[in-house]
Design a protein around this ligand. Structure first.
Ligand code: 6PG
Length: 239
């Protein structure tokens, strides 16, 4: 593992996806334990997608007391919990251990995406999240904040997305202000397919790279070498 800085963000590099997932699980467990020790409860938002599943499987048994943790979703697809596309289902099933203690805040079922986004903002409340685990799409999206999309301008804590370029189209996502308020943003990226998007995310801030709009002093990137290659070549990440 090497450590490097990219415009104020911390970058930790790993040999492969498995090592990256193991490091992510350990880091999240540490951050949750520290937050719970500070204030009695910890609040985390987790992303969907395939990349974090290995990390969530490791994280489940690493956390001693899930009942002290509120698990929110960085974004959710507007589908029932039982649906294969449900991020809540993915999180519950992959964290596994301690599932009976697991408090995963889900979207209300039914209603328009706008109604669901408002209900989710209410559920989140005003207290900032301690940690958010973010993924990255090949197009540069994070949570359900897509490059150049109007949702990037949203001012509340959540916003409905009605036309997600990645299916399914209807989603609810944390907004840029909600992410900016979080204590720590952990971006988990592996594979050459995400490499150009990662380089853009660590480059000049702009709406074409939603991650670039987040506060870099609170951004910690965990990535494998395949994902980091173009960012290194561009001098954005140094060992
Ligand atoms: O679609 C979702 O639910 C996400 O939260 C999304 O932002 C995800 O993190 C990226 O699309 C990466 O997904 P992969 O890990 O599957 O590439």
């Amino acid at each position: 593992m090497s450590e490097a800085a990219a415009g104020g963000a911390e970058v930790r590099a790993f040999a492969d996806p498995e090592a990256t997932a193991a490091a992510a699980a350990e880091l999240l467990a540490e951050l949750l334990a520290a937050a719970a020790a500070r204030s009695g409860r910890a609040r985390i938002a987790l992303s969907g997608g395939g990349t974090p599943v290995a990390a969530y499987r490791r994280l489940g048994p690493l956390v001693r007391d899930w009942s002290a943790i509120d698990v929110f979703l960085a974004d959710e697809r507007c589908v029932p919990f039982e649906h294969d596309d449900s991020n809540a289902r993915l999180v519950v099933e992959s964290l596994g251990a301690g599932a009976h203690d697991l408090l995963v805040h889900r979207l209300v079922e039914g209603g328009s995406p706008g109604d669901r986004a408002r209900a989710y903002a209410h559920d989140l409340g005003e207290t900032p999240l301690d940690v958010v685990l973010l993924g990255l799409g090949e197009d540069g999206h994070t949570a359900s904040l897509f490059p150049g999309h109007g949702a990037l301008e949203a001012e509340g804590r959540t916003v409905a997305v009605l036309d997600s370029p990645k299916p399914p189209p209807e989603r609810v996502t944390l907004t840029v202000p909600a992410l900016c308020a979080a204590g720590r943003l952990v971006l988990l990226v592996t594979g050459a397919g995400k490499a150009d998007a990662l380089a853009r995310s660590l480059g000049e801030p702009g709406p074409q790279a939603p991650v670039s709009l987040l506060p870099r002093e609170r951004l910690l990137v965990l990535a494998d070498e395949d994902a980091l290659a173009p960012a290194r070549a561009a001098g954005l990440v140094r060992s």
